[in-house]
Design a protein around this ligand. Structure first.
Ligand code: NIG
Ligand code: FE
Length: 416
């Protein structure tokens, strides 16, 4: 019995290959996106089996034929940096910022991360599950088929474990692939202040071994920043995690230059994220180490900052730039990765083609998954978006809009 599905009538198929030769050459257009016009795609058992011009599609009997009537088809989006699971909201902080308060001032006066920790500790698994499922549905409607989610609003083993368990249940229950990151070192919880080292003893000696033992996360992340953790404290967390077999990520150079990017590169982190205060030397170190720079324009924009990471610096160094929303209740409350793409173009100097790579294959690379998702070539997961446009150039042009019309995960339609 032949189980193959034919998707035909594709005006432009953006295959978005993981490799385009010299990454960072200021790529644009067809090469960067691997465009096939008047294309067809054959799916088999949830994977891409064949892509090419429709006129060359092999004759066969298909269980299903999907005709997309000339629209653009592209890989499902990969959202590589979110703080998905939390309770409450911080809308009042947004109001305060419009009145002149800064993100740092609000955090220093009891708002910020610790206020979300307070709300999240009070929430049950069930409550966290309900709100996170609704958020994942919204991401999925926007075309996100793989999403990374960080803990970090529990900050005690009881509550960090609760969040990590919710994330693993989400991965089971929702069509989206959810990749978990342990961010116990997000900030120092109030009951430990000012004794940061004592909290890090708990993170390194109690939490991390249990995260690794129960396989509750793929990655470990740490927030290195003035007011959060120092470079040496970040090193301690990441080295402990690495020795326990976790892969590494780092929040680096978000608000100031701390040297965290160089640390991430030294420890061969899979990605270093934020990078607004990065130097060209940092970019060179990332490229050399194969650490993916993840740029988060929403986090810069929403806190009212004007210093955005410049994509060109990373491209000149030869590093593939990824983009993400940084979805969280404080610094970036958006689930619209398309808007991040447009902002990456306008504020960070990406071309639309580079931005689309940043939301697909390069974001997959920031999760170590660029050979599984983020491209539509034979062997990849059949995670794809039928967009509402006929020309790929239009995807980021109607900004703030969601161009995903239908979303498929492993060959199955999961949102429209
Ligand atoms: O990525 N930088 C640290 N953490 C988040 C913000 C978390 C929050 O404000 O709740 C970020 O911007
Ligand atoms: Fe973040």
């Amino acid at each position: 019995m032949d189980n193959r599905v034919l998707v035909r009538g594709i005006g432009e198929l953006l295959t978005i290959p993981a490799e385009i030769g010299e990454v960072g050459e200021g790529v644009s257009g067809d090469d960067a996106l691997g465009v096939i016009r008047n294309a067809a795609m054959i799916l088999d058992d949830g994977r891409v089996a064949w892509v090419g011009p429709q006129s060359e599609a092999p004759e066969a009997s298909y269980v299903e034929i999907v005709d997309v009537n000339g629209l653009v088809v592209m890989p499902g989006l990969v959202e590589c940096h979110t703080h998905l699971v939390f309770a409450g909201n911080r809308a009042h902080e947004f109001s305060l910022r419009t009145q002149g308060a800064t993100y740092e001032e609000i955090a220093a006066s009891g708002g910020g991360i610790v206020s979300t920790v307070e709300a999240t500790r009070l929430a049950t698994n069930e409550e966290l599950m309900v709100s996170a499922l609704a958020r994942l549905d919204d991401f999925l409607r926007h075309g996100v088929t793989t999403l990374e989610a960080k803990s970090g609003y529990g900050l005690s083993w009881e509550h960090e474990r609760k969040i990590l368990e919710v994330m693993s249940d989400l991965n089971q229950q929702h069509p989206t692939t959810v990749v978990s990151t342990f961010l116990g070192a997000h900030t120092v919880p109030l009951e430990f202040r000012p004794d940061t080292e004592r909290y890090l003893d708990v993170v390194c000696e109690e939490m991390l071994p249990q995260v690794a033992e129960a396989k509750l996360a793929t990655f470990c992340d740490v927030f290195v920043e003035t007011g959060a953790f120092s470079l040496e404290q970040g090193r301690r967390v990441l080295e402990t995690a690495r020795d326990l077999g976790l892969l590494l990520k780092i929040h680096s150079e978000q608000l100031t230059h701390t040297g965290a990017t160089a640390l991430g590169a030294e420890l061969e982190a899979v990605s270093a994220d934020h990078l607004d205060f990065c130097t060209p030397e940092d970019a060179r170190l990332l490229a050399e180490a194969g650490t993916v720079p993840v740029l988060l324009p929403g986090a810069t924009f929403f806190v009212g900052h004007t210093r955005f990471a410049r994509a060109q610096m990373f491209q000149e160094a030869g590093a593939p730039v990824a983009l993400s929303t940084d979805y969280n209740p404080g610094s970036s409350h958006t689930r619209n990765l398309w808007l991040m793409g447009t902002m990456g173009c306008v504020y960070m100097g990406l071309s639309p083609a580079e931005a689309l790579r940043g939301m697909t294959t390069n974001a997959a690379r920031a999760l170590g998954m660029h050979e599984e998702v983020g491209s539509l070539l034979p062997g990849y997961a059949a995670d794809f978006i039928v967009t509402g446009v006929g020309n790929g150039e239009e995807l980021l042009y109607l900004y703030g809009h969601n161009p995903a019309k239908e979303v498929y995960k492993s060959g199955r339609k999961v949102a429209h």
